[in-house]
Design a protein around this ligand. Structure first.
Ligand code: PMP
Ligand code: GLN
Length: 380
C-alpha cells in the first residue's frame, strides 16, 4: 500500500541506540537517565499493585493523580486547574501531543512548528491531513523570531507548537517571549500546544515560563508534560495534558479511543510522590546543573565546543574543529570509530541550516558514564 507517512523511517533515537549497542559505544544519544528512579517511587508502585490498582483507571486518569497535578500547577505556577475537567492523564507526552493535535486540527489546515523540533510533532500533523509549516529558530541561540512566526500565519493556521526548555537545544522562553506570543495570538483562533516535559530541569536560577503562568495563553493551550524526565523513568510512559474544559472534552474524545487509559499502578505512585515529596521537583534543577557543569568542564579538555545549556538534559556541541562531515555521518563515525553515540540535529529540521556542525549529547548519566565518554572524546 502507498505509505501515509512517506517522510518517516525509524526514529534517529532508535537508530542511534541500536548502533551504540552494536558497537558497545557509550550511549549519549537517545535521551534517558542511566541511574535508578527514586526508591520511594518503586515502593509506591509496588504498594499500588498490592492495594489492587490493577484494573482500568478512569479514562481521564486516576483521581488522586489528577488532584496531585492540580496541586502542582498551583504550587509551581500559581495556576488554578480543575482536576475533573481540565486534566487528562496519557501514555506519555507523546500520546498527549498526538491527541491534542487530532482534537483540533482538520484536513487542509496548517500547524506552525519551530525548527529544530522534537520528532513526534510532524507525523501526528501529517496523519491529521494537515500541513506543518516550519519556522526556523536562530541557528546559534535557538531564539524565536516572532516576526517570522507572524509572517507564517495564514487563514488556514490552526495551531502553533512550542517547547521550552527546548529539545534539542536547551533554549528557554523568557517572559518577553511569552508576551510576544500573547500579542501574536490575540484575536486569532489559533490553538497552542506547549510541550513542557523538561519543566523542572532549568538552570542558573532561570524561571520556567509555563503557559500555566499566562492566563491569556492558557485559554487556548494544551499544556503537556510527562513524568519520564522528572522521575528518571522514561520507560513508564505517563504524561498529561492540561487544557480548558471545552478543549479537554475534545482531547478526551481522542484519548478515549486511542488508549482509553494508561498504566494504573504508576498513576497512583506518581500521585503519592507529587503529594508527599514536592521537593523532588524543586531539587531537580540543581541535580542536573551539577551534571551539566561537570560535563561542560570536562568537554573543555576536548576539541568539541559546548553551546550554552539554559535547561533540559542535552548538551549541544560544535564539532567543526574535529570534522567537516555532515552531522548524520559524524555521529555514525563517532559511534563506530570512537565509541560514543550522539544525536545529529538535522532530523529535527525540515531544512537543516547549511553547514551546521552540531551534535547532541545527553548528560542525564552517572559520572562514570560521562567520564568514560570524555576519555574517548579527548582522543578526537
Ligand atoms: N517532547 C519532548 C521535547 C521530548 O524530549 C520527549 C521525550 N524525549 C517527549 C515530548 C515525549 O515524552 P514521553 O516519553 O513522555 O512520551
Ligand atoms: N525524547 C528522547 C530524546 O530526545 C527520545 C524519545 C524516543 O526515543 N522516542 O532523546
Amino acid at each position: 500500500p502507498a505509505t501515509k507517512l512517506p517522510k518517516v523511517g525509524t526514529t534517529i533515537f532508535t537508530v542511534m541506540s541500536q548502533l551504540a549497542a552494536e558497537h558497545k559505544a557509550v550511549n549519549l544519544g537517545q535521551g534517558f537517565p542511566d541511574f535508578p528512579v527514586p526508591q520511594r517511587l518503586v515502593e509506591e508502585l509496588d504498594r499500588a499493585m498490592r492495594e489492587g490498582h490493577n484494573q482500568y483507571p478512569p479514562m481521564t486518569g486516576a483521581a488522586p493523580l489528577r488532584q496531585a497535578i492540580a496541586g502542582k500547577a498551583l504550587r509551581c505556577y500559581g495556576a488554578t486547574v480543575d482536576a475533573d475537567t481540565e486534566i487528562t492523564v496519557t501514555s506519555g507526552a507523546t500520546e498527549a501531543i498526538f491527541n491534542a493535535i487530532h482534537s483540533v486540527v482538520r484536513e487542509g489546515e496548517e500547524v506552525i512548528v519551530l525548527d529544530p523540533a522534537y520528532d513526534c510533532y510532524e507525523p501526528a500533523i501529517d496523519l491529521a491531513g494537515a500541513r506543518a509549516v516550519h519556522v526556523a529558530l536562530d541557528p546559534q541561540t535557538f531564539a524565536v523570531d516572532w516576526a517570522r512566526v507572524q509572517a507564517a500565519i495564514t487563514p488556514r493556521t490552526r495551531l502553533l507548537m512550542i517547547n521550552s526548555p527546548h529539545n534539542p537545544s536547551g533554549a528557554m522562553f523568557s517572559a518577553d517571549d511569552m508576551r510576544a506570543l500573547a500579542d501574536l495570538l490575540r484575536g486569532t483562533d489559533i490553538f497552542l500546544i506547549s510541550d513542557e516535559v523538561y519543566e523542572h530541569i532549568v538552570f542558573d536560577g532561570r524561571r520556567h515560563e509555563s503557559v500555566l503562568r499566562w492566563p491569556e495563553l492558557r485559554e487556548r493551550a494544551f499544556v503537556v508534560s510527562s513524568f519520564g524526565k522528572t522521575y528518571h523513568c522514561t520507560g513508564w510512559k505517563i504524561g498529561y495534558a492540561i487544557a480548558p474544559p471545552a478543549m479537554s472534552a475534545e482531547f478526551r474524545k481522542v484519548h478515549q479511543y486511542n488508549t482509553f487509559a494508561s498504566f494504573a499502578p504508576a498513576q497512583h505512585a506518581f500521585a503519592a510522590m507529587i503529594r508527599d515529596e514536592p521537593e523532588h521537583d524543586e531539587q531537580l534543577g540543581a541535580f542536573y546543573q551539577a551534571k551539566r557543569d561537570r560535563f561542560r568542564e570536562q568537554l573543555l579538555g576536548t576539541r568539541l565546543k559546548p553551546l550554552p545549556v539554559p535547561g533540559g538534559y542535552f548538551q549541544l556541541v560544535d564539532y567543526s574543529a574535529v570534522s567537516d562531515l555532515p552531522d548524520h555521518e559524524f555521529v555514525k563515525w563517532l559511534t563506530v570509530e570512537h565509541g560514543v553515540a550522539a544525536i545529529p540535529l538535522s532530523p529535527f529540521y525540515e531544512t537543516p541550516p547549511a553547514g551546521q556542525r552540531l551534535a547532541r549529547l545527553c548528560f542525564a548519566k552517572n559520572e562514570a558514564t560521562l567520564d568514560a565518554a570524555i576519555e574517548r572524546l579527548k582522543k578526537l
